[in-house]
Design a protein. Structure first.
Length: 132
């Protein structure tokens, strides 16, 4: 669940890996981080912007077959953090093609404590439960 949330707000999923390497892609103007899990020949490439290292693309393959690809776009600074406002997830597994556009983004916005207070159903009395 944390991985899904992270992917939706621009943090790429990271595979478990035993080999990692990085390079500069002159054509794209980005860094490319390559992660490799040799046990099952799974590879993940993450394209990173040079201004804050936000991911612009993630591609995962296993034995050269595509598992998924995620593209991040429409970057804006929100409370000092560079975040993508557009994400596209594509995968031949399950024939998935998902496009998400964010309209409003808030970071660390204060929430009233009442949002987290449990409500007693009608006709019941609240009682404090004391732990042992």
């Amino acid at each position: 669940c944390e991985g899904l949330y992270a992917a939706l707000v621009g943090a790429p999923p990271i595979i478990l890996h035993d080999v990692a390497s990085g390079r500069w892609d002159e054509c794209e103007g980005v860094y490319v981080l390559t992660l490799h899990r040799t046990a099952d020949d799974t590879r993940e490439e993450i394209w990173l912007r040079p201004d804050g290292f936000g991911a612009t693309k993630v591609k995962a393959t296993r034995k050269d077959e595509l598992l998924f690809e995620i593209g991040y776009d429409d970057f804006e600074v929100v409370d000092g953090v560079l975040l993508p406002h557009s994400m596209r997830f594509e995968s031949p597994v399950g024939d998935a093609d998902l496009q998400i556009e964010l309209r409003e983004v808030y970071l660390n916005k204060d929430k009233p404590a009442s949002l987290f207070a449990p409500l007693c159903p009608g006709g019941t009395l609240p009682r404090e439960v004391i732990g042992r």
